[in-house]
Design a protein around this ligand. Structure first.
Ligand SMILES: Cc1cc2nc3c(=O)[nH]c(=O)nc-3n(C[C@H](O)[C@H](O)[C@H](O)COP(=O)(O)O)c2cc1C
Length: 364
């Protein structure tokens, strides 16, 4: 791993399994595993998590200061993001021969959501856990157009199993007519979002805040945002790489009609559209949805598939039932995505551990 030797100062993206601190303390191990946790996807790359580490236990909390109040007022997608981080932490722990004991804390403990204690595993790590761990740094959201290549049914079956193993459902369709109907629903949701000035302002302010976090002056941030917006306008479709910020900027400043039409075309042309849903819709279900989502995404990555999220229809209460019925899915829709094959895209940055971890003891 790169850096000054302090595990809190390294770039999580540089994590490599061969650096595993086999002889370290339980807290050294937890800190190492958190490099995997923070590579989870999160709504608008908000990374809305905090980890308190001490005595071989890590407590995961939602960082409510990073919740998107217009698009995610109840914190559903923040909880899904935390769930994805929780899955990464657990699968990485198992891959190094540890048995994570996970306690979901329920609403009364909010903003804390889960506690994980490391225990020794009696059997060796499974091949699947090692493959899923190795997929963590490889997984990226791909926002461009996918290749015209069918996704084999047995691969989709593995994704169904992945969601079911974590108590959620994965419903999918590759039928052209159905994909078009879902694409129209996604476009309707996109138009509804972008015609809401509060939504656009939140998107723009969020992006500006992230640039300030990287110590850019306001002037520089606007300049870069303008450049990115221009680049998005020049490369609106095809398999060109579209970064998270460029895509968000495109949405923040484009007309709702052009943004919706672009998204509709991308969805209709994607080989598979899929939905992760849960039986119930409490904060604990959202966390579980995130755990299942990440297991699905890592399984897909290990199979050479790429995924892109289309979550607008799940964010509008009036569209959620229609979305479920279009996919023949039972329960409550949590994450809508498209899947297909795409050349590798560059990685989005992550905050260093020092910003998201606090140590509860002086043992590290
Ligand atoms: C609950 C949730 C909802 C998301 N919704 C969208 C979305 O609607 N559109 C999109 O382009 N990306 C969406 N994303 C993907 C994030 O923007 C992405 O995970 C983040 O930028 C980090 O990039 P990475 O996935 O490549 O690591 C979502 C992610 C999560 C966890």
């Amino acid at each position: 791993m790169t850096g000054d030797g302090n595990p809190m100062h390294t770039d999580p993206r540089q994590v490599v399994a061969s650096d595993w601190p086999a002889d370290g303390t339980a807290d050294d191990k937890l800190l190492f595993l958190l490099n995997y946790a923070v590579l989870a996807p999160s709504i608008l790359n908000a990374q809305p998590w905090h980890f308190a580490v001490g005595d071989g236990v890590v407590e995961l909390s939602e960082d409510r200061g990073r919740r998107l109040k217009v698009v995610d007022p109840e914190g559903r997608e923040a909880a899904i993001s935390c769930g994805a981080a929780l899955f990464n932490l657990c699968v990485a722990a198992r891959s190094f021969g540890l048995a994570p004991d996970v306690e979901l804390l329920g609403e009364a403990a909010a903003p804390a959501v889960a506690r994980v204690r490391l225990g020794q595993q009696s059997k060796p790590a499974s091949l699947e856990d090692r493959q899923l761990r190795d997929a963590i740094p490889e997984r990226r959201t791909s926002r461009g157009g996918f290749e015209e290549r069918k996704v084999p049914r047995e691969v989709l079956g593995r994704l169904e199993h992945a969601a079911a193993a974590e108590g959620a459902r994965f419903a999918w369709t590759d039928a052209v007519g159905r994909r078009k109907e879902i694409a129209a629903l996604v476009a309707e949701a996109e138009r509804a979002h972008l015609s809401n000035p509060d939504y656009r302002n939140e998107l723009r302010d969020w992006l500006l805040d992230r640039r300030r976090e990287r110590h850019e002056s306001l002037r520089e941030a606007y300049y870069r945002m303008g450049t990115l917006a221009g680049r998005t306008a020049i490369h609106p479709r095809g398999s060109d790489e579209v970064t998270m910020e460029a895509a968000s900027l495109g949405r923040a400043f484009a007309s709702e009609e052009s943004a919706a039409a672009r998204l509709q075309a991308l969805v209709a042309a994607s080989p598979v559209v899929a939905l992760v849903s849960t039986d119930h819709d409490t904060p604990t279900d959202w966390l579980r949805a995130g755990v299942a989502l990440e297991r699905v995404l890592l399984t897909a990555t290990a199979e050479g598939l790429s995924a892109s999220f289309l979550n607008a229809p799940t964010e509008l209460r009036r569209l959620r039932n229609r979305l479920s019925s279009l996919l023949g899915a039972e329960g409550h829709p949590q994450v809508l995505m498209r899947l297909g094959y795409h050349p590798p895209v560059s990685a989005t940055p992550r905050r260093p551990l020092a910003e998201v971890v606090s140590l509860r003891t002086s043992s590290v």
